[in-house]
Write a protein that binds this ligand. Structure first.
Ligand code: ATP
Ligand code: MG
Length: 426
């Protein structure tokens, strides 16, 4: 027989194996609870949107739109894209369903995103985000709430050492003005820039601010600061943001070079990073986007949000100890097998929250006990012909001081939660 090449996963799109999913589920549970208690509600969006939505939202001259999108035509010839982020979809859904008419929208989402980047540690092509978006609030209390919310999430996950950097970009008009200031400043030095940054100067000069290239950084030291382009309203907004974030007890560092890679941001932008992550250090980032809803044809609706990378968070949050089942039910013989299914159903009903699994397949008691041990099971609940006759069940404690008890069937559930001592004389 000809041997087939076994299938492999698509590069950058990883499997999450059962040994990893409990860690993810823990993070998801904690996030869901942190959002719930702050009044956020979940929104679930399609993974696929019209490609044009992302181009209009994120901007033509961004890394995502220029080179990272998964684009395809479906069978109707519609130009679609796998979502590279979820803010665009949220904005579309808010507009489409007129959610703003139902009052302030505090939304959260979680799920996979797709970007065709070079896979490396902390960077995948299918990765996962958990994010929040709030619609309808123009005032700086929103910045404070969203930054507090992220900080509360780190607390709830037991994460320390994350660093918050924050900056303001002003209104769209002020940002545009600063863009021209930067252009005027950099143009005479175009020849000194590395090719990537020379291109940025032509396409999206603001991105020069977060360039890592030496010549650009040196030039930036003498560049006029963005703060000089802010009008009085933006300044007042920014000062109040910093006051309130301080009042919320969230530490931050103002980074005047932080611009973020998406075009839709106005006013406040921020990024949480971890020095423990190496090169891909950004864990969570976001900002205000006061014009986006209206630009897409919706009502004037100020908004702000953030998104975190779950893979990077998983790398930071200590994994809990994974525990085996509370008990494994082991039937010995055909009749016991039939009886054990009813027993299993009873135990699942009576002990919600406990993990009780059936010993599947064939094998001697010895072999089955060995398999149960491998799963880390704490008890073996054994039903054989003898037990059936006597109406009792044999329970072996598999951890710590090993022992065997015989328990009347009717008292098994109570025994398993430690409610009654077994009669060792049996
Ligand atoms: P980076 O600078 O690392 O490319 P970004 O600015 O593109 O990040 P955002 O679009 O703001 O990131 O997404 C929010 C978060 O999602 C990031 O802070 C990061 O934790 C995570 N993230 C983004 N792209 C990837 C990816 N390709 N793989 C894994 N996580 C990612
Ligand atoms: Mg990126």
């Amino acid at each position: 027989m000809k041997r087939e090449t076994p299938p492999a996963h698509v590069r950058g799109m990883n499997d999450l194996l059962p040994r990893e999913t409990p860690h993810w589920q823990h993070i998801e549970r904690v996030a869901r609870e942190v959002f719930r208690r702050a009044g956020y509600r979940e929104i679930r969006l399609p993974l696929v949107e019209e490609a044009a939505l992302f181009v209009r939202c994120i901007g033509e001259a961004t890394d995502i739109v220029e080179k990272e999108m998964y684009l395809f035509e479906d069978r109707n010839g519609d130009r679609l894209a796998l979502r590279p982020e979820a803010t665009a979809g949220c904005v579309r859904a808010v507009i489409e369903h007129h959610l703003e008419r139902e009052g302030i929208q505090r939304l959260w989402y979680a799920g996979p995103m797709f970007r065709h980047e070079r896979p490396q540690k902390g960077r995948q092509r299918q990765f996962h985000q958990i994010g929040v978006e709030v619609f309808g609030i123009p005032t700086p209390d929103l910045e404070a709430e969203l930054l507090l919310l992220s900080d509360e999430l780190w607390d709830a996950l037991g994460l320390t050492g994350l660093v918050l950097e924050i900056n303001t970009l002003g209104t769209a008009a002020e940002r545009e003005q600063y863009r021209n200031v930067l252009l005027d400043y950099f143009r005479p030095h175009r020849g000194e820039l590395e090719p990537d940054d020379a291109r940025r100067l032509d396409r999206n000069p603001l991105r020069l601010l977060d360039s890592k290239s030496g010549p650009t950084r040196a030039l930036l030291e003498r560049a006029p600061p963005l703060a000089d382009s802010l009008g009085p309203d933006s300044r007042a907004h920014w000062e109040r943001v910093l006051e309130l974030v301080t009042a919320a007890g969230v530490d931050y560092r103002v980074n005047p070079y932080l611009v973020r890679g998406l075009d839709y941001y106005t006013q406040t932008v921020f990024e949480w990073t971890s020095p423990a992550l190496g090169a891909q250090s950004a864990v969570c980032s976001g900002g205000r986007y006061d014009n986006l809803v209206e630009e897409l044809g919706g009502p004037p609706l100020p908004a702000m949000g953030w998104a975190l990378g779950v893979e990077r968070l998983v790398a930071l949050v200590p994994a809990g100890r994974s525990e085996g089942p509370d008990a494994v039910v082991i039937p010995l013989g055909a009749q016991a097998e039939a009886e054990c299914l009813a027993l299993l159903r009873d135990l699942h009903r009576m002990l919600p929250g406990r993990e009780i699994e059936l010993s599947l397949g064939a094998g001697s008691l010895k072999a089955r006990l060995k398999r149960a041990d491998r799963t880390g099971a704490r008890r073996a609940v054994i039903v054989g012909e003898d037990e059936l006759k006597r109406g009792v069940i044999q329970v072996k404690v598999l951890v710590g001081a090993r022992r065997t008890d015989f328990v009347p069937r009717a008292q098994l559930a109570e025994y398993l939660v430690g409610g009654i001592p077994a009669d060792p004389s049996q």
